[in-house]
Design a protein around this ligand. Structure first.
Ligand SMILES: C[S@@+](CC[C@H](N)C(=O)[O-])C[C@H]1O[C@@H](n2cnc3c(N)ncnc32)[C@H](O)[C@@H]1O
Length: 250
Protein backbone atom coordinates (compact mmCIF):
# COMPACT_ATOMS: atom_id res chain seq x y z
CA UNK A 1 0.00 0.00 0.00
CA UNK A 2 1.85 3.07 -1.23
CA UNK A 3 -0.94 5.49 -2.00
CA UNK A 4 -0.64 9.05 -0.80
CA UNK A 5 -3.49 11.15 0.59
CA UNK A 6 -3.64 12.85 -2.81
CA UNK A 7 -4.04 9.46 -4.53
CA UNK A 8 -6.88 8.56 -2.16
CA UNK A 9 -8.48 11.95 -2.70
CA UNK A 10 -8.41 11.52 -6.48
CA UNK A 11 -9.72 7.96 -6.22
CA UNK A 12 -12.64 9.02 -4.04
CA UNK A 13 -13.37 12.05 -6.26
CA UNK A 14 -14.22 9.50 -8.95
CA UNK A 15 -16.37 7.43 -6.60
CA UNK A 16 -18.24 10.33 -4.98
CA UNK A 17 -21.34 10.31 -7.18
CA UNK A 18 -22.07 6.62 -6.65
CA UNK A 19 -20.45 6.10 -3.23
CA UNK A 20 -23.62 6.14 -1.12
CA UNK A 21 -25.44 3.72 -3.42
CA UNK A 22 -22.49 1.31 -3.35
CA UNK A 23 -22.42 0.88 0.46
CA UNK A 24 -24.37 -2.36 0.71
CA UNK A 25 -22.11 -4.31 2.99
CA UNK A 26 -23.80 -5.23 6.32
CA UNK A 27 -20.44 -4.80 8.05
CA UNK A 28 -20.14 -1.21 6.80
CA UNK A 29 -23.71 -0.48 7.88
CA UNK A 30 -23.15 -2.00 11.33
CA UNK A 31 -19.96 0.02 11.74
CA UNK A 32 -21.82 3.24 10.84
CA UNK A 33 -24.55 2.43 13.39
CA UNK A 34 -22.06 1.59 16.13
CA UNK A 35 -19.92 4.69 15.55
CA UNK A 36 -23.02 6.91 15.69
CA UNK A 37 -24.32 5.19 18.85
CA UNK A 38 -20.96 5.32 20.60
CA UNK A 39 -20.17 8.92 19.70
CA UNK A 40 -23.20 10.00 21.75
CA UNK A 41 -22.40 13.72 21.70
CA UNK A 42 -24.17 16.03 24.08
CA UNK A 43 -26.25 18.86 22.60
CA UNK A 44 -23.57 21.40 23.44
CA UNK A 45 -20.69 19.40 21.97
CA UNK A 46 -18.67 19.63 18.76
CA UNK A 47 -17.91 16.48 16.77
CA UNK A 48 -15.06 16.05 14.30
CA UNK A 49 -15.45 13.33 11.65
CA UNK A 50 -12.13 12.58 9.94
CA UNK A 51 -12.37 10.89 6.54
CA UNK A 52 -16.00 11.98 6.56
CA UNK A 53 -16.57 11.11 2.90
CA UNK A 54 -20.13 11.96 1.94
CA UNK A 55 -20.92 12.68 5.60
CA UNK A 56 -22.68 9.46 6.64
CA UNK A 57 -21.60 9.86 10.26
CA UNK A 58 -21.33 13.64 10.51
CA UNK A 59 -24.81 14.28 9.11
CA UNK A 60 -26.37 11.63 11.35
CA UNK A 61 -24.81 13.30 14.41
CA UNK A 62 -25.64 16.88 13.39
CA UNK A 63 -29.04 16.77 15.08
CA UNK A 64 -27.53 15.61 18.38
CA UNK A 65 -24.53 17.92 18.59
CA UNK A 66 -23.99 21.66 18.63
CA UNK A 67 -21.75 21.42 15.59
CA UNK A 68 -20.17 18.79 13.35
CA UNK A 69 -16.94 19.23 11.41
CA UNK A 70 -16.32 16.87 8.48
CA UNK A 71 -12.78 16.63 7.11
CA UNK A 72 -11.63 14.70 4.05
CA UNK A 73 -9.00 14.72 1.30
CA UNK A 74 -11.57 14.32 -1.50
CA UNK A 75 -13.30 17.48 -2.66
CA UNK A 76 -15.74 15.29 -4.61
CA UNK A 77 -16.83 13.47 -1.46
CA UNK A 78 -16.99 16.76 0.48
CA UNK A 79 -19.17 18.33 -2.23
CA UNK A 80 -21.57 15.42 -1.93
CA UNK A 81 -21.65 15.85 1.88
CA UNK A 82 -22.40 19.56 1.46
CA UNK A 83 -25.20 18.78 -1.01
CA UNK A 84 -26.74 16.31 1.43
CA UNK A 85 -26.50 18.82 4.29
CA UNK A 86 -28.25 21.45 2.17
CA UNK A 87 -30.95 18.99 1.08
CA UNK A 88 -31.61 18.08 4.72
CA UNK A 89 -31.46 21.75 5.82
CA UNK A 90 -28.61 20.94 8.21
CA UNK A 91 -26.92 24.20 9.14
CA UNK A 92 -24.48 23.16 11.86
CA UNK A 93 -22.23 21.02 9.64
CA UNK A 94 -18.93 22.27 8.22
CA UNK A 95 -17.27 20.17 5.50
CA UNK A 96 -13.77 21.21 4.57
CA UNK A 97 -10.51 19.75 3.31
CA UNK A 98 -8.48 18.21 6.12
CA UNK A 99 -6.61 15.01 6.79
CA UNK A 100 -5.84 12.70 9.66
CA UNK A 101 -2.47 14.22 10.43
CA UNK A 102 -3.60 17.75 9.60
CA UNK A 103 -7.34 17.99 10.31
CA UNK A 104 -7.39 21.81 10.02
CA UNK A 105 -9.58 22.35 13.04
CA UNK A 106 -9.40 25.68 14.84
CA UNK A 107 -12.08 25.18 17.47
CA UNK A 108 -12.29 22.82 20.47
CA UNK A 109 -13.72 19.39 19.69
CA UNK A 110 -15.39 17.11 22.22
CA UNK A 111 -15.81 13.90 20.22
CA UNK A 112 -13.79 12.65 17.25
CA UNK A 113 -15.18 9.91 15.01
CA UNK A 114 -13.85 8.15 11.94
CA UNK A 115 -15.41 5.37 9.92
CA UNK A 116 -13.81 3.19 7.26
CA UNK A 117 -11.05 5.71 6.49
CA UNK A 118 -8.00 5.21 8.71
CA UNK A 119 -7.12 1.91 7.02
CA UNK A 120 -5.86 3.98 4.09
CA UNK A 121 -2.88 5.02 6.23
CA UNK A 122 0.22 2.93 6.94
CA UNK A 123 0.52 1.81 10.58
CA UNK A 124 3.09 4.48 11.48
CA UNK A 125 0.84 7.10 9.89
CA UNK A 126 -2.12 5.76 11.89
CA UNK A 127 -0.08 6.22 15.07
CA UNK A 128 0.71 9.82 14.07
CA UNK A 129 -2.97 10.37 13.21
CA UNK A 130 -4.06 9.09 16.63
CA UNK A 131 -1.47 11.36 18.30
CA UNK A 132 -2.85 14.30 16.29
CA UNK A 133 -6.40 13.42 17.35
CA UNK A 134 -5.30 13.11 20.99
CA UNK A 135 -3.72 16.56 20.66
CA UNK A 136 -7.19 17.98 19.97
CA UNK A 137 -8.12 16.78 23.48
CA UNK A 138 -11.50 15.22 22.73
CA UNK A 139 -13.18 13.33 25.56
CA UNK A 140 -13.83 10.42 23.18
CA UNK A 141 -12.53 8.99 19.91
CA UNK A 142 -14.65 6.39 18.12
CA UNK A 143 -12.92 4.46 15.35
CA UNK A 144 -14.88 2.16 13.07
CA UNK A 145 -12.71 0.57 10.42
CA UNK A 146 -11.28 -2.41 8.68
CA UNK A 147 -8.98 -3.97 11.29
CA UNK A 148 -7.73 -7.46 12.02
CA UNK A 149 -8.95 -9.39 15.06
CA UNK A 150 -6.89 -12.37 13.98
CA UNK A 151 -5.13 -13.58 10.87
CA UNK A 152 -7.18 -12.40 7.86
CA UNK A 153 -8.49 -15.23 5.73
CA UNK A 154 -6.66 -14.83 2.39
CA UNK A 155 -9.68 -16.31 0.61
CA UNK A 156 -12.01 -13.81 2.20
CA UNK A 157 -10.28 -10.42 2.09
CA UNK A 158 -12.30 -7.50 3.32
CA UNK A 159 -9.91 -4.98 1.85
CA UNK A 160 -7.92 -4.21 -1.30
CA UNK A 161 -4.20 -4.63 -0.63
CA UNK A 162 -3.29 -2.19 -3.39
CA UNK A 163 -5.06 0.74 -1.68
CA UNK A 164 -5.74 -0.41 1.90
CA UNK A 165 -3.45 -1.17 4.84
CA UNK A 166 -5.54 -2.29 7.83
CA UNK A 167 -3.89 -2.63 11.24
CA UNK A 168 -4.38 -5.30 13.85
CA UNK A 169 -6.65 -4.40 16.75
CA UNK A 170 -3.62 -4.73 19.03
CA UNK A 171 -1.65 -2.16 17.01
CA UNK A 172 -4.54 0.31 17.19
CA UNK A 173 -5.09 -0.34 20.90
CA UNK A 174 -1.41 0.29 21.62
CA UNK A 175 -1.44 3.55 19.61
CA UNK A 176 -4.58 4.71 21.42
CA UNK A 177 -3.29 3.94 24.90
CA UNK A 178 0.15 5.42 24.11
CA UNK A 179 -1.67 8.63 23.07
CA UNK A 180 -3.42 8.81 26.44
CA UNK A 181 -6.76 7.16 25.66
CA UNK A 182 -8.34 4.26 27.52
CA UNK A 183 -10.00 1.69 25.30
CA UNK A 184 -13.45 1.41 26.86
CA UNK A 185 -15.33 -0.70 24.31
CA UNK A 186 -14.52 -2.98 21.41
CA UNK A 187 -17.10 -4.24 18.95
CA UNK A 188 -16.02 -6.99 16.65
CA UNK A 189 -18.31 -6.57 13.66
CA UNK A 190 -16.42 -9.11 11.56
CA UNK A 191 -12.98 -10.67 11.93
CA UNK A 192 -11.72 -7.82 9.71
CA UNK A 193 -14.01 -4.99 10.86
CA UNK A 194 -14.33 -3.42 14.29
CA UNK A 195 -15.38 -0.37 16.26
CA UNK A 196 -13.12 0.90 19.04
CA UNK A 197 -14.26 3.42 21.63
CA UNK A 198 -11.41 5.30 23.30
CA UNK A 199 -11.99 7.76 26.13
CA UNK A 200 -9.93 10.28 27.98
CA UNK A 201 -11.42 9.81 31.45
CA UNK A 202 -10.18 13.04 32.96
CA UNK A 203 -10.13 15.87 30.45
CA UNK A 204 -9.16 19.21 31.91
CA UNK A 205 -9.30 17.56 35.32
CA UNK A 206 -13.03 16.81 35.06
CA UNK A 207 -14.62 13.41 34.52
CA UNK A 208 -17.49 12.84 32.07
CA UNK A 209 -19.89 12.52 34.99
CA UNK A 210 -18.78 15.86 36.40
CA UNK A 211 -19.35 17.48 33.01
CA UNK A 212 -22.81 15.87 32.67
CA UNK A 213 -21.88 13.72 29.65
CA UNK A 214 -23.33 10.25 29.40
CA UNK A 215 -20.89 7.50 28.53
CA UNK A 216 -22.63 5.03 26.23
CA UNK A 217 -20.65 1.89 25.54
CA UNK A 218 -21.81 -0.22 22.61
CA UNK A 219 -20.79 -3.59 23.90
CA UNK A 220 -21.67 -6.31 26.31
CA UNK A 221 -19.02 -7.76 28.60
CA UNK A 222 -16.90 -10.35 26.92
CA UNK A 223 -13.42 -11.51 26.23
CA UNK A 224 -11.56 -9.55 23.57
CA UNK A 225 -9.58 -12.67 22.74
CA UNK A 226 -6.46 -11.46 24.45
CA UNK A 227 -5.64 -8.95 21.69
CA UNK A 228 -6.49 -5.79 23.54
CA UNK A 229 -7.12 -6.93 27.06
CA UNK A 230 -3.68 -6.66 28.58
CA UNK A 231 -3.01 -2.93 28.59
CA UNK A 232 -6.46 -1.50 28.10
CA UNK A 233 -9.56 -0.93 30.13
CA UNK A 234 -11.74 -2.73 27.60
CA UNK A 235 -15.31 -3.30 28.75
CA UNK A 236 -16.08 -5.89 26.17
CA UNK A 237 -16.74 -7.12 22.76
CA UNK A 238 -19.66 -8.05 20.60
CA UNK A 239 -19.19 -11.01 18.35
CA UNK A 240 -20.23 -10.51 14.74
CA UNK A 241 -23.62 -11.46 13.41
CA UNK A 242 -23.45 -14.88 11.89
CA UNK A 243 -23.80 -15.16 8.16
CA UNK A 244 -22.95 -11.58 7.22
CA UNK A 245 -21.44 -11.03 3.80
CA UNK A 246 -17.67 -10.84 4.12
CA UNK A 247 -16.82 -8.32 1.47
CA UNK A 248 -16.65 -4.61 1.17
CA UNK A 249 -16.67 -2.51 -1.98
CA UNK A 250 -15.64 1.11 -1.57
C1 LIG B 1 -14.44 4.48 2.49
S1 LIG B 1 -14.61 6.24 2.65
C2 LIG B 1 -15.48 6.39 4.16
C3 LIG B 1 -16.31 7.65 4.23
C4 LIG B 1 -17.23 7.80 5.45
N1 LIG B 1 -16.48 7.92 6.67
C5 LIG B 1 -18.20 6.66 5.54
O1 LIG B 1 -18.28 5.99 6.57
O2 LIG B 1 -18.96 6.43 4.57
C6 LIG B 1 -12.96 6.73 3.07
C7 LIG B 1 -12.76 8.25 3.04
O3 LIG B 1 -11.50 8.54 3.64
C8 LIG B 1 -10.93 9.62 2.93
N2 LIG B 1 -9.49 9.66 3.21
C9 LIG B 1 -8.51 8.84 2.73
N3 LIG B 1 -7.34 9.20 3.24
C10 LIG B 1 -7.57 10.26 4.07
C11 LIG B 1 -6.73 11.08 4.89
N4 LIG B 1 -5.43 10.89 4.97
N5 LIG B 1 -7.31 12.08 5.60
C12 LIG B 1 -8.65 12.29 5.54
N6 LIG B 1 -9.48 11.56 4.76
C13 LIG B 1 -8.95 10.55 4.04
C14 LIG B 1 -11.31 9.35 1.48
O4 LIG B 1 -11.22 10.50 0.66
C15 LIG B 1 -12.75 8.85 1.65
O5 LIG B 1 -13.68 9.89 1.55
Amino acid sequence: MTNSSEDHGARFDEKAASYDDDQESPEYRRSVEAVIASAAPGPGETVLDVGTGTGAIALALAGRAKRVLGRDVSEGMLDRAREKAAAEAIENADFEEGRFREPRVTEPVDVVVSNFAMHHLADEEKREAIETIAGLEPRRFVLGDVMFFGEPDPDEPFFSPEVDDPATVGTLADALTDAGFSLTAVERVHDQVGVLVADRAERDGHSDAERGVESEAVTDPGDPEGETATDTASEGLIVPDEGGAASYEE
